[in-house]
Design a protein. Sequence first.
Lengths: 340, 340, 340
Amino acid sequence: MHLSHAHQASRLQLNDHGQLRHFLSTEGLSREMLTTILDRADSFLDGHGGIRNEPLLAGRTVMNLFFEPSTRTRTTFEVAAKRLSADVLNIDISKSSTSKGETLRDMLWNLEAMTADVFVVRHGASGAAHFIASQVTPHIAVVNAGDGRHAHPTQAMLDMLTIRRHAGGFENLTVAIIGDIRHSRVARSEIHALQTLGAKEIRVIGPRTLLPRDFEELGVNVFEDMTTGLRDVDVAIALRIQNERMESALLPGSSEFYGLYGLTRERLKVASPDVLVMHPGPINRGVEIESEVADGPNSLILKQVNYGIAVRMAVLAMTVEGQLAAQAAVQSRVLEGDAQ
Amino acid sequence: MHLSHAHQASRLQLNDHGQLRHFLSTEGLSREMLTTILDRADSFLDGHGGIRNEPLLAGRTVMNLFFEPSTRTRTTFEVAAKRLSADVLNIDISKSSTSKGETLRDMLWNLEAMTADVFVVRHGASGAAHFIASQVTPHIAVVNAGDGRHAHPTQAMLDMLTIRRHAGGFENLTVAIIGDIRHSRVARSEIHALQTLGAKEIRVIGPRTLLPRDFEELGVNVFEDMTTGLRDVDVAIALRIQNERMESALLPGSSEFYGLYGLTRERLKVASPDVLVMHPGPINRGVEIESEVADGPNSLILKQVNYGIAVRMAVLAMTVEGQLAAQAAVQSRVLEGDAQ
Amino acid sequence: MHLSHAHQASRLQLNDHGQLRHFLSTEGLSREMLTTILDRADSFLDGHGGIRNEPLLAGRTVMNLFFEPSTRTRTTFEVAAKRLSADVLNIDISKSSTSKGETLRDMLWNLEAMTADVFVVRHGASGAAHFIASQVTPHIAVVNAGDGRHAHPTQAMLDMLTIRRHAGGFENLTVAIIGDIRHSRVARSEIHALQTLGAKEIRVIGPRTLLPRDFEELGVNVFEDMTTGLRDVDVAIALRIQNERMESALLPGSSEFYGLYGLTRERLKVASPDVLVMHPGPINRGVEIESEVADGPNSLILKQVNYGIAVRMAVLAMTVEGQLAAQAAVQSRVLEGDAQ
């Protein structure tokens, strides 16, 4: 079942030539594909914290469909699309006609007819991006900007880019992800990407209530204790604790969480001396991470944000190119048919 | 009085050379002008569902002034303006200084001074676009994106473009408009456009409470019954039923409306076999229209949306050109005066 | 203390070569610098009410960070940035992660990492723009779009541009500012700019409760009476009365204010015959100013709005250039260090 799910996701994401046409999850994509995305993202980085603009999407329209608000992620996609010279439209879903009783499918079809080329989708329901990709007409590329607890693949890929640029590769790495793994789309996407890219060992660390139930299936090692979990790790990724979870029974209070799982200098002493410290942001200082660690020499938290622009540029450019190649193939088949 | 109203509207919309300088209503414009708009819109369509970009408004600023919210219409104007390389600003009227006691006229003057070239206006009050066009300084073009129950001329023109492209012309056509005619700015603008373009017969179909009181003056045939009203029609346009009206005493409940006036396959059997089915959107499936009709082979509903981009591009380009020609004429008169 | 404050502000605003790198307040800037800003703004005006576009910020990202809403000011910065070919992002602070417990500094660092070049900041707290400028990494330019009661320097500079263009200079001018001086960031910035630019006399006119307590320090002449205050003035600037103040005990009702301090034709009879009438907008007709004065031949109120685009273009261009020069200097020092 797990394989067939990955297989399905792969079929939807790729065109007949194996090129990316939607970017929905890291699951189901090959190591070659993930590496291509990282290489493409690398090509936009100028090495001085700047990003090279390329007018690859000039004349194309990217529509941000955010069914749940996220100024931060929406802004990164908007910057990325503009750096590719696309026209960007932020569709305010809450004010739009879905609230007037229009179905989601009708709304998508209407936006398509307004000559959209890419939908960047953020949705509170797991699987929403896949559903939307299955509904749109063939030439529209769908990029998942986070769906429920399922996937946040651009976040995962920017984390992979960060690791590759600062650790040189994945083969010999032990990576620990800390916090609320169970409810985290980021963790889920990271685990799939790290496995595909060949990380030596993936660990998850957190209280039992926040650990995944299917961890054996995921192929990760589970730790409830930071001292053993962080031992000799090369990369430590602290996840954001959602306030809404802290208020529920699932989690101890934020100071208690920090007491047990906060990423502190003291706790990192057992890790590799040049451990890379990462966090998807926005950080809660004194909850998941000590300020001195977040701002310290091993922290790559702001690099992650910067690389995120390049990764989103890569994914936008590649999915549009994949759609164009698929259309060209269809047209050439039609022409061949005509010629017979 | 009716004629003088049309005459007034015409004078405001055209410059001294008869070129479009505002686009406020289909009423008062000649068949030649409407045909020119359709031809210009056609020129932006590439024939494969795509739209040709042209940088006709590069360096110009289009301001969307939406006094009532409409994500859908605003988005189409934003896409159209960007495809012409204009800078687009969405002015959030509800948060702007009119709420601080500034008069509408002062707000307009201020926006003009910020170097606007076009105001796209949506307003809940009938006549608002005309009023605004009468207040702005001469070089600003005003495009009506819907005012009260009065007019929605770009919607009417995209419907005309749809009919012309799919029926070939207007002369031999019987067109039926179904639903809440009385409160519909779309119906009003369509009736004027169809009459001007020479449609053979225009029918309106709906419950007595929702039919116009001045129908004889409008020159349309009125039907309260779908079977007789749809007989042999070439085009059937279902209007959207506004929920707020359904909740009032004016309308039966939505299922009762569907029972009497829903556009179904069964009812369309009396129409022309290749009847064109249209709807301004967003559709209420099972209220105004049967899903199988909306998604069926005769439905042009999504084409309408697509053509709407081209029509808005045409109107934006033509009004700006009309304003520039008017300014040039004024300047040359000033220069001639200087020379004497 | 006053001098050291100005000195501090100056140090933060200029790079090592004395070029503008942030624009936070008119206080602390030299007459040469203010004149350079005015000259640069002048260069964007085409003399016919139009603005010359220049692609000076092509490929650069301007982020509008408005912690308090101001559609009007935000729109002017958006227009100005687009006329310089910048990408503009309006960050909706109220919906962004600061509301999720992220610190302001973390939010700024994140936005920087998204490759921002300029932050345009509006904030309800006095000193916020200075604080933000002190926190950002060196290559980000900060432009103050109004902070608390402290400063609104682009408004002051567009007023200076208006005066210079219509009065020819500052040396022989008597300028009166009327209304709620004490709470006005506009008045504060104007007074500093007028002093620096060498105005002959600066007067403030208003009820005692609304006059500054430190007026002697400011070097202005204070009048509670319009007849003596307006006598022989060359420029009369009416400030906007904030409704929230009128509702408090600080102010008489609006009609009582108008009766005492409204700028009327009658009252202006004692002023210079070609007195320039100005107002930062939006105007309250019949509260601060008589309609006939606002719309009369001496009024420059709409010119001010128009010049405001040019002033914002100048400040955006100059601060980015100042940052680039500072970076280039750092890099050349690094290279020299390498060479040794």
